[in-house]
Ligand binder design. Sequence first.
Ligand code: NAP
Length: 289
Amino acid sequence: MEKIGFIGTGVMGKSIVGHLLDNNYTVTIYNRTKSKAETLISKGALWRDSPREVVEESDVIFTMVGYPSDVEDVYYGKMGIFEAAISEKVLIDLTTSTPSMAVKISQTASEQNARALDAPVSGGDLGAKNGTLTIMVGGEQKAFDEMKPILNLFSSSLELQGSSGSGQHTKMANQIMVAGTMTGLTEMLVYAKKAGLNLEKVIKTLSGGAAGNWSLENYGPRILKEDYSAGFFVKHFIKDLKIVLDEADKMEIDLPSTRLAKELYDQLGQAGYDENGTQALIKLWWESD
Ligand code: NAP
């Protein structure tokens, strides 16, 4: 059985490590803020003081940090992953990051006889808790095939999309779609409320028709309960939409709806809601009611 390392035990990482421990893997962990790892340590995860030390103990190393700059830090920084001997090891980045960072990591890994996969996920905090994430993978077929049994422990849908960076590009395609469903959900509720409709009934009815989608089913009820906790942080969605628009610029395509979604989320962030979940977009309307 492979020994697993896991760096970044936040909202998503914590649940994923839980599944690995439940399946009797030895998991060595590191997180910037140690207190966020305490629950996992009490469940049997082993703590090390840096990414480098985690790698030294492990065959397969997962990372799930916040931003591309965190990924850079964890892989290339002082006491980072690439300071360890990584020959024969597999590095899997679950963070939503840039395609170019994925290619860079994969090149550095292969120069040292290791392999890397970019494997961002979708399915939210609940998908991580329930072990039903969708994983979008970029990298080599052989490494993907070898890692499938481990990835399946916290996923219900898993696909190799192509070479390194393809997982991140697929995740950006996902986020373009989610930008549409989140703005759609928000404007739908703003409209339905003003029209004096029963919002619970509206959400239930719409979920069964052509407007049904994940954001509506998962975030609609949270909004009605005024539960704006993350879930998926506003600050991370802004990061993702920036990556989408940067990549679109490079490809010389214009995505006006996604651009507008980013402007709305930027406004929400500037209003101080960065640490809320993405369902907080409704506050741009309802707080001024
Ligand atoms: P999170 O709760 O902020 O978790 C990220 C964790 O990484 C934090 O615990 C953070 O440490 C740690 N970290 C950051 N930089 C680090 C570093 N240099 N060294 C060690 N640890 C570091 O965020 P999350 O919701 O789990 O999301 C993680 C990633 O998954 C993001 O890229 C996000 O966009 C993506 N994602 C999230 C969801 C979702 O629904 N939540 C869904 C799909 C994809 P601290 O404790 O010090 O902050």
